[in-house]
Design a binder for this molecule. Structure first.
Ligand code: PLP
Length: 381
């Protein structure tokens, strides 16, 4: 088959053509450094200002609460390390992260542990959700920060963020949510969610790669991570990536404007895929479906190693994943699935299929047929 069928939108999405054309002038003609005081710089800063306005309005935040970064990884690192270090001054030295966080958040936890913080990992139930009782049991007056992602990148399971943030605040902790996977599919109102810090990443909603944002609620104390220049009100050094920031704002606006339409389309594709493979025995969905994003299906195929399945599907022209892209080179079982209670063997039989707005029903049917064929072939070997 010549045409490829891309079913890995949780890893990344293609840049929208409209977004690309909005970005292009900022790669060539409008090239100024946004922090330069001359006309070229002012032009670039004006575009940054507009992008910040757009993103702030879509998140229901204030303009000065949005900080541009190089992506979800940097936003997560900055949120967790920056807020925890600032809280240490108040004598708070415990950090709670859910056990299913993205590696960008878990890495930040490792750094803090080396600095003397006690980092506790909040367990999840077998459906992949955190539970209030478990959070309550870990919280203490020493808790500096609680980090729980809004939706998981491997299972798509959404977390009870509002409730968790409220509970964390009762103990004087800062609450951070990684909304990188959540943002393309759910409207975000930071006031209503009650979060202090929230990260998004442009390439998950058809924007350019290497660009993200961190919402920092006014009044939340932070230590900066990337320093040198005084950009981003002194909180994040580095010449601003004007084209990417402009592109991210345009892409996020598009995502929010067509959210219901895209979600309905994607949910239908996911349903079709499940119907098409319904006759296959020994298939289980990982993560509770009631609270999952429409785009992600995490499926386990009895007796089939995910690496062989993915390799064979790739040969047939279908791109799928095992867990997160950042960990795809490793043969380790997914930390998300093992935290949900799956054995290492079962975790290694699981694949992530993530749909996108450009997928067509007939492609989904072809991919499902290939998958049935491949699973049966691998089981027969
Ligand atoms: N957080 C989550 C939940 C993700 O899924 C990802 C990327 O896969 C990241 C953070 C990292 O984002 P970025 O690729 O922009 O660094």
């Amino acid at each position: 088959m010549n045409k490829r069928i891309y079913l890995d939108h949780a890893a990344t999405t293609p840049l929208d053509e409209t977004v690309f054309s909005i970005m292009t002038p900022y790669l060539t003609g409008i090239f100024g450094n946004a922090d330069s005081p001359h006309a070229e710089g002012r032009k670039a800063m004006s575009a940054i200002d507009d992008a910040r306005d757009t993103i702030a309005a879509l998140l229901h935040a204030k303009k000065n609460e949005i900080y541009f970064t190089s992506g979800g990884t940097e936003s997560d690192n900055f949120a967790i390390i920056g807020a925890a270090r600032a809280k240490k001054a108040q004598g708070k030295t415990q950090v709670i992260l859910s056990a299913i966080e993205h590696h960008a958040a878990l890495f930040a936890g490792e750094i803090l542990e080396k600095e003397g913080f006690q980092v506790d990992y909040l367990p999840v139930n077998e459906g992949g959700r955190v539970e209030m009782n478990a959070l309550k049991a870990l919280l203490s007056n020493d808790t500096a920060l609680v980090g729980i992602m809004a939706a998981n990148n491997e299972t798509g399971v959404m977390q009870p963020i509002r409730e968790c943030a409220k509970l964390a605040h009762e103990y004087g902790a800062v609450f951070f949510t990684d909304a990188v996977q959540f943002a393309p599919y759910a409207r975000i109102d930071v006031q209503e969610l009650g979060v202090d810090l929230l990260s998004i990443s442009s390439h998950k909603f058809y924007g350019p790669k290497g660009c993200g944002a961190l919402y920092i609620k006014n009044g939340v104390k932070m230590e900066k991570l990337v320093g040198g220049g005084e950009q981003e009100r002194g909180m994040r050094g580095g010449t601003l990536n004007v084209a990417a920031i402009v592109g991210m704002a345009a892409a996020y606006k598009n995502a929010c404007e067509s959210m219901e339409e895209n979600n309905a389309k994607i949910a239908k594709l996911s349903q079709i895929f499940l119907q098409e493979i319904a006759s296959l025995q020994g298939v289980e969905r990982n993560g509770e479906s009631e609270n999952a994003l429409p785009a992600i299906l995490n499926l386990r195929f009895d007796g089939v190693e995910n690496t062989s399945l993915l390799y064979n599907m790739d040969l047939k022209g279908v791109s799928m994943a095992a867990g997160s892209a950042c960990a795809s080179a490793s043969v380790k079982p997914s930390h998300v699935l093992t935290a949900m209670g799956l054995s290492e063997e079962k975790a290694k039989q699981s694949v992530r299929i993530s749909f996108g707005k450009h997928n067509q029903e007939e492609d989904i049917k072809i991919a499902a047929a290939f998958l049935m064929e491949t699973v049966q072939k691998l089981r027969g070997m």
